[in-house]
Design a protein around this ligand. Structure first.
Ligand SMILES: [Zn+2]
Ligand SMILES: [Zn+2]
Length: 287
């Protein structure tokens, strides 16, 4: 009721009527603390991380049971059993709860400091879109350098080796990593909203879209109808798959989203050469 009682006051300060989306937000958020709203990030993360990989999982199980290969599978003869994929999923969810959970607690004062707002008016679709584009660019650049650092001998052995256990990635392995890597690369994802503060809803959306992108990139499928192919300089699944395929010695394809950092800094030469000359892939299945 509290929310509806203050609608009039808000309409006076906005100089217009609140939209139905704003009324819904007001009704939902009015009695919740900003900290609780911020913690929705973890809830959404687990929900979307449970749902978005499913089409790829089903596709992989169908192919595996029919003993066929799929023409869009990047490493077509490497498939994973349901047990294996479920095991990976539970490990990642545990990682979210034990790493992202405490991170939400620690990072909240920063969220307050940079003024990630929960108030009205809600951001327009255009504002959300432009902010998320900026976040992708910032994240991609920061992630490129942090990922390169993770490929130095010490960091690879102690931290990054875990993520590279999958030489043929699959959707649930997108966030399969050492807890320290979640914190290190999480900083890159956090950097955009710190530099260009947004509304809490934009923050939720950014986290969801960023993880959806990581899931696609690690799916192991290069689907020709994926709308992400329309994004300029977008790396995609095949691009990152090569990084996993090469593994420890990879000095190529460090960027998480786009291709231009690797192009500018000359770390896509191995990939371009391999693309031109690589023939065939390894043949194995994983139980
Ligand atoms: Zn790597
Ligand atoms: Zn990866």
């Amino acid at each position: 009721m509290l929310a509806f009682e203050c609608v009039e006051e808000i309409e006076v300060s906005l100089g217009r009527k609140v939209t139905s989306a704003e009324a819904f937000w007001l009704n939902y958020s009015a009695n919740k603390s900003d900290y609780f709203l911020y913690c929705h990030n973890l809830i959404f993360l687990i929900i979307f991380y449970s749902l978005l990989p499913l089409p790829y999982v089903i596709l992989q199980l169908i192919i595996r049971s029919s003993k066929n290969t799929h023409k869009f599978k990047i490493q077509p003869n490497i498939t994973y059993s349901f047990t294996h994929m479920f095991d990976c999923y539970t490990k990642v969810v545990k990682l979210f709860l034990l790493t992202v959970g405490p991170l939400q607690l620690i990072s909240f004062p920063i969220i307050q400091f940079v003024e990630i707002r929960t108030s009205l008016p809600l951001p327009s679709k255009r504002e959300m879109f432009l902010q998320i584009v900026v976040y992708f660019i910032v994240e991609d650049y920061a992630n490129y350098w942090l990922h390169r650092l993770l490929h130095t001998t010490w960091a690879y052995e102690k931290i990054h080796r875990v993520h590279h256990e999958y030489s043929a990635p699959m959707s649930f392995a997108a966030s399969y990593a050492h807890w320290a890597e979640v914190i290190i690369l999480g900083f890159a994802s956090f950097l955009g909203p710190l530099l260009v503060p947004c509304h809490m809803i934009t923050m939720w959306l950014w986290m969801i879209v960023r993880h959806a992108e990581a899931i696609e990139t690690h799916s192991g499928y290069d689907l020709p109808w994926s709308p992400t192919r329309l994004i300029p300089f977008y790396g995609g699944a095949e691009y990152h798959d090569y990084h996993h395929y090469v593994g420890e010695k990879a000095q190529s394809n460090f960027a998480s989203v786009f291709t231009y950092c690797d192009y500018i800094y000359g770390t896509d030469k191995g990939y371009r050469y391999a693309k031109k000359h690589r023939k065939g892939v390894r043949t194995k299945t994983v139980e």
